[in-house]
Design a protein around this ligand. Structure first.
Ligand code: ADP
Ligand code: MG
Length: 721
């Protein structure tokens, strides 16, 4: 008997013919795994088997009887087919009716024995009948049933396959299950009281009781979390084996020469984060830390101090931002922070983007330079701090950066990709692993911190610096927008600027069943349409006397950068955009944020969008436009008005909308099932403990070849490699 593996292609399974295989492959279902892991989302309870005479209206039941007669006719009023069958058992007869399924006549044949399951209906005349019942023809009395007389699995229907069709295919596979091995080590299953794979698969599809299904489900919820935690911990262990330069901090110097010279006092959150960084970089083990804090909470300021400490120790720091605008912004922030300090400790700062290269020298001089000469200086170690975009690590051999002695790598707003980028950078830096720090303004709920971001240590800045202007937030019903627009015009006349964010496009329930890729493309198209319409409307009517520009995700990066740069330079009064306006963009002169269709956004996202304003000396205003009259929605929006920080909102959001929005549903490769498990903090924790235990047995999983194989597939599925 050949071993059956989860990655065995479907065409090797007896009972699944080439036509069906082709159809399945078209839907992206290629392996045994793809079918077996297509889980039911609920169960229909047809377990109550009844005599025809004992049927009760409105109850779910299964009857077992002989088909006496089957006929098809057309309904008189519409072009609809009605199929009818007479069914009899020892206690009586009943009529079953199906609408628009004429083919049923070819399946049900008079004289056959069959089960029929469904809700019992009652006609106006008081006759009981079965409407659209599920049926199952029985070859013999003891045949095990799959569609009736039990809990019956209901599957998310993929186009072309009904639940019944899926059950038929599953059947062939479930018969093969005894040949399937489990890839989770036994002790881990025992430790977590989880069923083994065969059992779990059998029970998730065909439970005898709902409790069995629940138990099976727990195992599958555990699986991906366990693999994810293995990934995180292996990542951590691998990193811990690498060596970074120890960067000592002279605390007296830090206090007297640096912190006391800053234009402000650090907040408690900043101090704590800085202290955690100082401890980390003082060790040989590479730092791998994420600073989380709302936009404007002062993460960049902390990063700048860390870079200064490295510079004092004679080591370089590279700061990578996702866009040119953000890179330039960091450069400006660094300059501003260092200026009041003693010239002797002011480091040179290099800026490199695709379009320019600059060096900020000591004595307040800034000079444009050639990228090649900047590269030379960096290579010789003459420039301790270098800020840039991806240009820092991409580039061909000739114009690639190589560092003299890179001590810290700082990445802004791209925490998920740190691993790769660090690897790329270290390729060019003589085997030294730099300490790694990433910064993110996305508040991430705790369970996700422990799972998806589990390889990172976290510092949190939960407060904003004192004296920030509070942003006035208002929920505005569609019929009251005129007042808001008039107020905004007044602000524009004063020289201020405004953002208008267009609604998020929610796919309909029906659209959600489309393949993910296509779904996201459709959403993007619709979003483009909505931003264009809004732009047309505002630029031609409400704001026709102002400069209005449009920004969306379909634009080329260079176009986007140009618009952002123009907005920053106040050449544009109103910017109409999708949510692409970057996290962290600092435009102190923008004091209005209008969010159209605000009820469609997550709370954390609204909070983030609001974070784009209130960054300067002027009072700022956030308008949450909505046409929803739903009191629940409005209560949710009001939560934004009261919330002081993003973390609270993130937790609330996770509950309401799930983890997709935090990890990028499109790219993550996480199944819907996994998305749910990510919300279960207890399970996340036990998965982590179990992963740790497994790794103490076998650091590289070589003692668990089945697990290793599954793990490698997982990494590919989640684009972790
Ligand atoms: P983030 O990177 O978290 O968005 P920044 O570090 O860019 O925040 O800080 C935002 C603005 O606040 C900058 O202009 C910075 O100089 C200023 N800032 C940072 N920390 C403080 C503080 N403790 N007190 C007052 N202003 C601060
Ligand atoms: Mg920032």
């Amino acid at each position: 008997m050949r071993v059956l593996k989860l990655n065995t292609p479907l065409n090797q399974i007896r009972g699944i013919g080439p036509a069906v295989t082709a159809k399945l492959n078209k839907l992206g279902l290629n392996t045994v795994n793809d079918i077996l892991y297509h889980f039911p989302f609920r169960y229909e309870d047809f377990s109550h088997v009844s005599n025809i005479a004992d049927l009760v209206p409105k109850e779910q039941s299964t009857i077992h009887g002989v088909i006496e007669d089957v006929s098809v006719r057309r309904a008189w009023h519409r072009r609809m087919f009605i199929t009818e069958a007479q069914i009899a058992d020892e206690t009586g007869t009943i009529r079953a009716v199906w609408f628009n399924q004429p083919y049923i006549k070819n399946i049900l044949i008079a004289g056959q024995m069959a089960n029929f399951a469904g809700k019992v209906s009652e006609s106006e005349e008081g006759e009981l009948y079965l409407s659209n019942p599920t049926f199952e023809v029985l070859k013999n009395e003891n045949q095990e049933t799959k569609h009736t007389a039990r809990l019956v699995p209901i599957y998310p229907e993929t186009r072309g396959f009904t639940s019944k069709g899926i059950r038929a295919i599953l059947n062939s596979l479930l018969q093969n299950i005894p040949r399937l091995y489990d890839w989770i080590p036994k002790d881990i299953l025992e430790k977590n009281s989880l069923p083994d794979l065969k059992n779990a698969l059998q029970k998730i599809h065909y439970p005898e009781t709902l409790n069995e299904a629940f138990y099976a489900r727990k195992r599958f919820a555990f699986e991906d979390l366990y693999l994810l935690q293995l990934f995180n911990l292996i990542q951590k262990l691998t990193l811990a084996e690498e060596k970074s330069p120890k960067i000592p901090t002279d605390i007296e110097w830090l206090k007297n020469e640096v912190l006391s010279k800053l234009p402000f006092e650090l907040t408690d959150g900043q101090k704590k984060s800085l202290w955690e960084i100082i401890k980390d970089i003082g060790e040989e083990k590479p730092m791998n830390r994420l600073i989380q804090g709302d936009v404007g909470s002062g993460k960049t300021a902390v990063a700048a101090v860390a870079a200064l400490i490295a510079a004092k120790a004679g080591l370089q720091t590279a700061i990578m931002a996702p866009t040119e605008v953000l890179a330039k912004q960091h450069y400006e922030t660094f300059k501003k922070l260092f200026l009041p300090m003693d010239k002797k400790i002011q480091p040179q700062i290099g800026l490199v983007t695709a379009s320019e290269a600059k060096i900020f020298y000591e004595k307040d001089v800034e000079a444009d330079t050639k990228k090649t000469s900047l590269i030379q200086k960096v290579k010789k170690g003459e420039i301790p701090i270098i800020i840039g975009t991806h240009a820092l690590i991409s580039g061909t051999a000739k114009n690639a950066f190589s560092f003299h002695n890179l001590g810290i790598l700082i990445i802004d707003e791209q925490h998920r990709f740190g691993v790769k980028q660090r690897a790329e950078l270290t390729k060019n830096s003589k085997g030294i692993t730099p300490h790694f720090l990433s910064m993110s303004a996305t508040p991430i709920p705790r369970t996700l911190m422990l799972s998806v971001f589990g390889d990172l240590d976290i510092s949190v800045i939960s407060e904003l610096p004192k004296g920030r202007q509070e942003i006035t937030t208002q929920v505005v019903q569609k019929e009251n927008t005129t007042d808001a627009y008039n107020f905004i015009k007044q602000k524009l006349n004063e020289g201020r600027q405004a953002f208008v964010v267009c609604p998020r496009i929610e796919p309909s329930e029906e659209e959600k069943t489309a393949p993910k890729k296509q779904l996201f493309q459709n959403i993007k198209k619709l979003e483009l349409k909505s931003v264009k319409e809004e732009y047309e409307k505002l630029s031609k009517t409400v704001f026709k006397d102002y400069k209005v520009a449009m920004l969306h995700g379909q634009m080329k990066p260079a176009e986007k950068e140009k618009i952002m740069a123009d907005f920053k330079a106040n050449k544009i009064n109103v910017l109409v955009s999708t949510t692409v306006i970057e996290v962290g963009v600092d435009i102190p002169n923008a004091v209005v944020m209008v969010i159209e269709g605000s009820e469609r956004f997550g709370l954390a996202q609204l909070h983030q969008l609001r974070g784009r304003i209130g960054r300067g000396e002027h009072k700022s205003y956030c308008y949450l436009f909505t046409d929803s009259k739903n009191p629940e929605t409005n209560a949710r929006l009001k939560a934004i008005i009261e919330a002081k920080n993003g973390f609270e909102l993130a937790e609330k959001d996770l509950e309401i909308r799930g983890p997709g929005q935090f990890i990028g549903e499109e790219q993550s490769g996480f199944s819907d099932f996994m998305m749910k498990s990510l919300q279960n903090i207890e399970l996340v924790k036990s998965a982590r403990e179990s992963a740790a235990l497994t790794l103490t047995r076998s650091r590289n999983l070589e003692k668990f070849p089945n697990l290793k194989e599954r793990f490698d597939e997982f990494k590919i599925r989640l684009h972790l490699e």
